[in-house]
Structures are given as structure tokens and as C-alpha cells.
Design a protein around this ligand. Structure first.
Ligand code: NAD
Ligand code: LMR
Length: 356
């Protein structure tokens, strides 16, 4: 069977690696202790579901490079053996295993600390994220049913769109299975944050990597609300500039979909965003203090049951959902305007999960 070939290739590789005199490029334990502040770096299994896709492949690569990962489980319904064999040859800590069929999903998930889900169809020009609902809702539901069964305590990073609905679907599936832990379910909105930082830095003249902009709300159109009034370093951009930056951040996904002209949506920037968010979750699990990222989570920050805002990550997932902080008049207006659409998407997800 193709997957067992991948697994034995991995085992052979490990045997060779342990007997080889080739120096490893992986960071030493000493470096890890220094970098991550804990006594020792714990074993952590990360599973990527949809690992052979446009996001899945570069995300699998980035997770293979992450020294916090000791086991990397790659699952897809098509193309996994090649991706797993390819990634497994990189001489870093994580031991890679590929799983290529639904019967192996349990093995792929068992023992996972973090499960990242980029499985599902992407947009084409002219589509909204909600147009993906009919296909992706079912995919997410079945994957989450398996998570509830095989790794009920894992942290789940939901990338599949429409995130505003797939996260509530996951929550309902977990509730039905009796495994729901609101501290462990995250909609990945990190790409919105990266875009807001990049676009703001371009206009304000700040260093992109040293720029911070919280993005709250949800992950579709006007539900994406960048809070440029809280951007650091601060700048005195005009109201017109702020409006243009807000619109560009909200339309960032569409900008990529149109540029790709039918060949999908953001994959490389999303893989980077997914890797940053997963890394933050792993650091939180490992007890690294003060890990804060924006994410779409169960929330009481507004009257909506799910909402993206800054979240402090810890050993159990969400340690604290942080409030919105002071908003400008323009942001307050944006917040009120996004609520009906976000509520409808959340309710659509809940209804789907309850009825199917
Ligand atoms: N959250 C975000 O910011 C963000 C950003 C970009 C894309 N996305 C979303 O991520 C999803 C994936 O995008 P992509 O560009 O990687 O798409 P893609 O089509 O390139 O890859 C999707 C992969 O999922 C796999 N897949 C389908 N059904 C599966 C199942 N039941 N189990 C396991 N794997 C399955 C496919 O075989 C494929 O390899 C889309 O829904 C897209 O809209 C989200
Ligand atoms: O825009 C999309 O469809 C993909 C993703 O949600 C994005 O923001 O790039």
C-alpha cells in the first residue's frame, strides 16, 4: 500500500539518520532550551488535514521546519504519499508520516496535540467564501467527527472556509460528541493580520516585521475589521488612507483570487500565516508566557457567540480572550456593520451541524 511505503521510507530514513555521521542542521537541545525558555522541549504531534493541497504542502514544509514539532502527521484524500516522502527527507526534528485514505484518518489523528485543517475547496473569481459552504461544511464536519473520536483533547486550527461558519460547525460537532472545549477551537485569521500589517507598513513607512495591527470580527469581507487606530508604530494617516487600508485588508483574499485567475486562492501567504498561528499554539502549550495572537474563537467580547480578537494562548489553549480596546468612530461603525453578516454565517454553520 502506498502509505505504508511512505511509512517504511520514513522509518528507514530515521534509522539512517541515527547511524549517519552527517551533522544535523536541527537546532541542538541547548539552543531549543535557550529559544523556548522551558527545561526541555516536549514531544508534540501536529496533524495537517488537507496536507497535499495548495496550502497544505507549504504548511507541511513549514511545520517540518518548526523545532517544536516532534511528529508531523500528513493526511489528505489525494496525493499524500508524495508530499510526505518529500517533506520527510528534510533533516529536522519532526518525524513525518503520511496517511492517504479515510481508513487511516484515526491513525493520522491519534495522539495529536494540534490539528490544522486546510482541507476543502478554494474560491474562484466571482465567488464569496460563503459559496464554498456547501462543499466545505461536509468536509469539516466529517474531519471534526474524527477529531472528536481520535484526539478529543487536541487544539484545532481551522483554516477551511468559510471560517465564520466552519468554526461554529466544528463546535457543534464537538458538542454533539461531548468533547467540546471552547479553549481549543480556533479559526485561523492570522492572514488578515499579516495583510493589515503589510499594507499599513507600506503606507506608514514602518518596518513590516516590526508593525502590529489587531484584526477583529471574522474572516470574510466586511466582517474583517482591522483596528488601525491601535497600530504600532502609530502614525497620523488620513481618514481616507485608513479607509483605503481597511478596504484592501477586507478584500485581500479577493485580490489574490483574482490575480490567480481561477487557479485558487492564497496558499503561500496562508501557509506562512498558518505556521505562525500553529507555532503560537505550540508555544502556549509548552508554557511560553505572553503568547498573544488574533483568532476567531468562542467569545463574549460582543453579543456574538464567536468573534475574532486578540487571544492569550496557554497550556490549555485559550487562556484569555482579550477585549477590543479603544476604537475609533470609524471602527465602531465597522463593528456594528459587520454583526448581522457574521451572526448569519455563525447561525448557518450551527444549523448545518445540527441538521446533518
Ligand atoms: N483561513 C484563511 O485565511 C484561508 C486562507 C486561504 C485559504 N483558505 C481556505 O483553505 C481551504 C484550502 O485551500 P487550498 O488552496 O489549500 O485548496 P486546495 O484545493 O489546493 O487543497 C485542498 C486540499 O484538501 C484536500 N481535501 C479535500 N477533502 C478532504 C478531506 N475530506 N479530507 C482531507 N483532505 C481533503 C484536497 O485533496 C486538497 O489536497 C479553502 O477552503 C480555502 O478557502 C483559508
Ligand atoms: O479569499 C479566500 O477565499 C481565501 C482566504 O480566505 C483569504 O483570505 O485569502
Amino acid at each position: 500500500m502506498r502509505t505504508s511505503l511512505v511509512r517504511s521510507a520514513g522509518e528507514a530514513l530515521r534509522r539512517r539518520a541515527s547511524s549517519s555521521a552527517t551533522p544535523s542542521l536541527a537546532p541542538s537541545a541547548h539552543t531549543l532550551r535557550r529559544s523556548y525558555g522551558s527545561e526541555s522541549t516536549p514531544e508534540r504531534k501536529v496533524a495537517v488535514l488537507g496536507a497535499a493541497g495548495g496550502i497544505g504542502q507549504p504548511l507541511s514544509l513549514l511545520m517540518k521546519l518548526n523545532p517544536l514539532v516532534s511528529r508531523l502527521s500528513l493526511y489528505d484524500i489525494a496525493g499524500t504519499p508524495g508530499v510526505a516522502a518529500d517533506v520527510s527527507h528534510i533533516n529536522t526534528r519532526a518525524e513525518v508520516t503520511g496517511y492517504a485514505s479515510e481508513e487511516q484518518l484515526g491513525l493520522a489523528l491519534e495522539g495529536s496535540d494540534v490539528v490544522i485543517i486546510p482541507a476543502g475547496v478554494p474560491r474562484k473569481p466571482g465567488m464569496t467564501r460563503d459559496d464554498l459552504f456547501n462543499i466545505n461544511a461536509g468536509i469539516v464536519k466529517s474531519l471534526c467527527t474524527a477529531i472528536a473520536k481520535f484526539c478529543p483533547h487536541a487544539i484545532v486550527n481551522m483554516i477551511s472556509n468559510p471560517v465564520n461558519s466552519t468554526v461554529p460547525i466544528a463546535a457543534e460537532v464537538f458538542k454533539k460528541a461531548g468533547t467540546y472545549d471552547e479553549k481549543k477551537l480556533f479559526g485561523v485569521t492570522t492572514l488578515d493580520v499579516l495583510r493589515a500589517k503589510t499594507f499599513y507598513a507600506g503606507k506608514a513607512g514602518s518596518i513590516p516585521a516590526a508593525t502590529n495591527v489587531p484584526v477583529v470580527g471574522g474572516h470574510a469581507g466586511i466582517t474583517i475589521l482591522p483596528l488601525f487606530s491601535q497600530a504600532t508604530p502609530a502614525s497620523n494617516l488620513s481618514t481616507e488612507d485608513i479607509k483605503a487600508l481597511t478596504k484592501r485588508t477586507q478584500d485581500g483574499g479577493t485580490e489574490v483570487v483574482e490575480a490567480k485567475a481561477g487557479k485558487g486562492s492564497a496558499t503561500l501567504s496562508m501557509a506562512y500565516a498558518g505556521a505562525i498561528f500553529a507555532d503560537a499554539c505550540l508555544k502556549g502549550l509548552n508554557g511560553v508566557p505572553d503568547i498573544v495572537e488574533c483568532s476567531f474563537v468562542q467569545s463574549s467580547v460582543t453579543e456574538l457567540p464567536f468573534f475574532a480578537s486578540k487571544v492569550r494562548l496557554g497550556k490549555n489553549g485559550v487562556e484569555e480572550v482579550l477585549g477590543l480596546g479603544p476604537l475609533s468612530g470609524y471602527e465602531k461603525e465597522g463593528l456594528e456593520n459587520l454583526k448581522p453578516e457574521l451572526r448569519a454565517s455563525i447561525e448557518k454553520g450551527i444549523k448545518f451541524a445540527r441538521e446533518n
